[in-house]
Design a protein around this ligand. Sequence first.
Ligand SMILES: Cc1cc2nc3c(=O)[nH]c(=O)nc-3n(C[C@H](O)[C@H](O)[C@H](O)COP(=O)(O)OP(=O)(O)OC[C@H]3O[C@@H](n4cnc5c(N)ncnc54)[C@H](O)[C@@H]3O)c2cc1C
Length: 413
Amino acid sequence: MSAPSDATATVPTEEEFAEQAEAFLSANTRLKAERKSVFGEGPDEIAVLPERTTEEDAREVAEAKRWARVVFDAGFGWITGPLRYGGRGLPGSFQRLYSSIEARFEIPSQAPRMIGLGMIAPTILAHGTEVAKKRYLRSLWRGDIIACQLFSEPGAGSDLASLQTRAVRDGDEWIVNGQKVWTSGAHYSDIGEIICRTDPDLPKHKGLTGFVVDMHAPGVEVRPLRQMTGGASFNEVFFSDVRIPADHLLGDVNGGWTVALTTLMNERAAIGGGGGSAAGSGALQRLIDLARHLGASSDPLIRQELADTWINVQVAGYNNERALAKIRAGQLPGPELSVAKLSLTENMRRMAELASHILGVRITADSGEWGTYAWSQFLLGVPGMRLAGGTDEVMRNILGERVLGLPKEPSPK
Ligand SMILES: Cc1cc2nc3c(=O)[nH]c(=O)nc-3n(C[C@H](O)[C@H](O)[C@H](O)COP(=O)(O)OP(=O)(O)OC[C@H]3O[C@@H](n4cnc5c(N)ncnc54)[C@H](O)[C@@H]3O)c2cc1C
């Protein structure tokens, strides 16, 4: 039997859909408890890059996958996806409706799936072969597999087009050799989107090609990197004669720059407009609670700084809404996402500075007092946020050149 076309999607009314979603969530999980933020209650963790043991990581991944399967099999996993690749073929308004209902329920963290769903799946959908779309899209959305982003290298970060990992064609396969670095979640990923140099004689942006690579293939070696927070959420990944089938190509041969840009646009949307802003405002409430608890909220300078940060977090939220509305309307996300990413990290930097100012020496050693030393994790994680997904300086260059129309920076090459 041939796969159904999108034209055959059964479209419920939004009321029917909302009722089905409520019924599904009520049967499979519970409503979130109405919780007012109270200092001293809840987990003593305020982390940007949570510090986890390997066992904790594995548990989080298993829970995320279990929940993804339950949701997918009930028809709420890939609501807007094309039917022929396993989606439900419904308009974006249904996804927003489901997300708003789901937000009222307790669900396991989906953090390990965010790169795969937010960045890699949209790239496979836009640029993958039929083979790759059929093999991976449904599995990613159902949580059967997890994907990572294999872009950065020791000599190529902001200047991604300088990357050196080579892919050479050999019959129906490509052979990959090289090294990637800072690959978040590579240690639990099943596939990765890799950008390789396929023609070293072409100008650097033009000789690149994207592929989907099997992270369990012979010749792939993942080595965890310990970051200054103490955790190891990203890795070095080495490729030694790794074979990739030709039907795992993304886009055209030597058209990898376009493929990479698709992923990077989605990355900025995911970091700036999605979970990132929510993380920022959650930390801000904790900071306000901390200031009150330590009696610092009556200090006029701290009050002013807290109020300024609160205003900036609200403004960032509205700006993100504007950027996301543009995406929903089918327009290309543009510099708004650079603003979103930049304002998120700027707000986090202000919160980290204010927390250390309020805490003084308490930030330097764990005395066991709830909600104090826990801020050190936030403080040590913020610099990573200022680098990941395009550094603050690179975002400022984009805004200067594309929004303000300032002259381009002089390039050394
Ligand atoms: C938490 C985290 C997770 C990550 N996850 C992944 C991942 O999953 N996959 C992946 O591929 N990569 C990942 N990265 C890597 C990330 O994309 C790079 O760190 C980032 O692109 C910057 O590259 P770099 O570290 O090589 O720094 P560089 O590019 O070497 O930059 C060093 C400094 O120079 C500045 N600079 C560089 N160029 C310019 C310029 N033109 N103008 C002004 N200043 C400039 C930068 O702003 C920075 O301050 C992750 C990074 C972090 C921190």
